[in-house]
Ligand binder design. Sequence first.
Ligand code: GDP
Ligand code: K
Ligand code: MG
Length: 266
Amino acid sequence: MSYIALFGNPNTGKTSLFNCLTGSYEYVGNWSGVTVEKKVGVLRQHGVPVVDLPGVYSLQPLSRDEGVATDFLLTEPCSAIVNIVDASQLRRNLHLTVQLLEFGRPLVIALNMVDVAEKRGVKVDAAKLSKYLGVPVIPVIARTGKGTNELVRAVLAAKDKPHPSIIIDYGVEVENAIRCIAEQLPDDVPGDKRWVALQFLEGNERMAAYLRGRLDLAPLLAIRADTERTLGGPLAKLIYETRDRWISEAIAIAAIELETKPLTLT
Ligand code: GDP
Ligand code: K
Ligand code: MG
């Protein structure tokens, strides 16, 4: 059976949420070849396996351990992704969210740490964020389990359904490169061909390793080099900056600065 996979940045409450969702039964081991803990449980009352993935800021692995996140998407069946987002660190967190949206499988956002965000004077409007991202956004408090019933309902409703993937426009040159690469990919690549192409273009070495075993990488490397020459810089930077602008817009729409109480010194 295919997994419900928990993705998120480090320290966003993944393990707390995993424990709320799964209860007592769980299998703990290691991911093959790395020292990262592999934690698999079963969704309460529904019998669906849930996996707690290592925390990452991006799908671009900075270490072998971080490669687990991309490898999981490339090799394991997954019926839905739960992306836990720290409401107090929206900008940083949404970079991973964009890459998971681009993967193209059903996605539900668990908006956590709302209490921390509010202490910092920020309230996130879950409905507006959901509208912008095109996927359900469910506020939760992973530490206490609040909101997890609603989250489970949203995940079960989204599971296995085609996902209306929002698409960022990366500009003519990058879009051309994406199209040229996607055309060369076999039909059985996991996730959207667009996602595969983008991850390759921004230099995800786990993606390159995956593709190397399946097709001739030389034409793809040539497309990347040509595009970088035309644009005069590394694609990773350009793709990051385009996402960052898109995320700024999400924050402008969905994050409300609370009125801060004036400090009284009496
Ligand atoms: P992980 O690294 O993503 O697996 O995160 P953990 O589940 O280990 O949580 C990191 C820390 O954040 C722990 O101390 C949790 O108790 C705490 N935490 C989790 N959810 C919340 C929340 O909604 N609000 C607050 N204030 N703390 C939380
Ligand atoms: K932790
Ligand atoms: Mg954890």
